[in-house]
Ligand binder design. Structure first.
Ligand SMILES: *[C@@H]1O[C@H](CO)[C@@H](O)[C@H](O)[C@H]1NC(C)=O
Ligand SMILES: *[C@@H]1O[C@H](CO)[C@@H](O)[C@H](O)[C@H]1NC(C)=O
Length: 295
């Protein structure tokens, strides 16, 4: 009898549709062209036959998608994506999500602000996301583009001017540890989703509805500074040398985002890989992420 049950369950597993996956690309990237996230989508479709992969295009063309990564306010991007996903019938039974670089903190913002309007988001995979912001953009890596140089100059010069916050995506997660108060007051995106100004209970509840929040840190990351932000670490307040971990931060100690509870219930997963920003071998991804969290 039990043998038959096992066989029945196996058949059900084989026939069940795989959980869809939503991808959110990073700065200097686009959803769909081959040398960008397009090939990653094909890779997922090959590894998980029949899976529906939605790689988000923010804007109506590849060019707009690229430009919006610099110039469309994250609050607007999240509102836009919230509607898009809520109206996609293929996602109605729930989905997993993978964020690349800044796309990872935008996905977290989406979960926190809009999770109650969406089907269940099971695992959120953050690949090199900047959950405590950045202080410095040491070099632009492969992104040898005029926009990147412009961004670096603006951030060093005037990240917290309101017009910069309103017009430059990266300014909204610029985190100056020498002036935590200004960051908390002026950051229009990150300080809000990290509950720095006040505690929004909806954010906590929505984030805690995830099954897993998987945070991947790139150990040789030369683009994100400091790279500990990929695990919610950052510079200790008041200086830019000594780092502190998530567990040492006010965010955790005061439990402003419910991360303590998530960690205690095994929902927070910390992974690292030796490469530079977003550089990982496919077999690493299959073993550490795809098999445990996506199938
Ligand atoms: C796409 O184009 C439509 C029609 O022009 C516009 O209303 C919409 O805002 C555009 N979408 C984005 C994300 O820019
Ligand atoms: C908390 O977040 C929810 C979801 O985004 C929002 O509707 C609500 O207005 C926020 N509450 C406060 C006090 O800002």
């Amino acid at each position: 009898m039990s043998k038959w049950l096992v066989i029945l369950f196996s058949i059900k597993y084989i026939l069940a549709d795989p959980t869809p996956i939503v991808l959110w690309h990073g700065m200097g990237d686009t959803c769909c062209v081959d040398f960008s996230l397009g090939s990653f989508k094909i890779f997922l479709e090959k590894e998980i036959p029949g899976v529906y992969v939605l790689s988000l295009q923010i804007g109506n063309s590849t060019i707009e998608d690229f430009e919006n990564g610099y110039f469309m306010h994250p609050n607007k991007q999240i509102q836009h994506v919230c509607k898009l996903l809520a109206n996609d019938p293929k996602l109605s039974d729930g989905f997993n999500a993978i964020g690349f670089s800044q796309g990872a903190q935008f996905l977290r913002g989406l979960v926190q602000r809009c999770g109650h309007k969406l089907p269940a988001i099971k695992s959120l995979i953050s690949l090199g996301g900047q959950h405590q912001g950045v202080y410095g953009l040491p070099h632009c890596g492969a992104l040898q583009h005029a926009s990147c140089d412009y961004v670096r100059k603006m951030l060093n010069y005037a990240a917290y001017y309101s017009w910069v916050q309103e017009s430059l995506v990266q300014a909204t997660y610029w985190h100056d540890p020498l002036d935590e108060d200004v960051y908390k007051k002026q950051s229009q995106f990150l300080a809000d989703i990290n509950n720095e100004r006040e505690i929004n209970k909806t954010y906590i509840e929505n984030l805690n509805r995830l099954n897993k929040l998987v945070l991947v840190k790139f150990e040789s990351d030369s683009i994100v500074q400091p790279r500990e932000t990929e695990w919610f670490g950052f510079y200790a307040p008041g200086q830019a040398k000594v780092l502190q971990s998530l567990e040492q931060s006010d965010l955790y100690v005061q439990d402003r985002l419910g991360l303590k509870k998530m960690e205690e219930s095994g929902k927070l997963v910390f992974l690292s890989t030796p490469g530079d920003h977003l550089q990982f071998p496919q077999d690493w991804f299959v073993e550490k992420i795809l098999q445990p969290y996506l199938v």
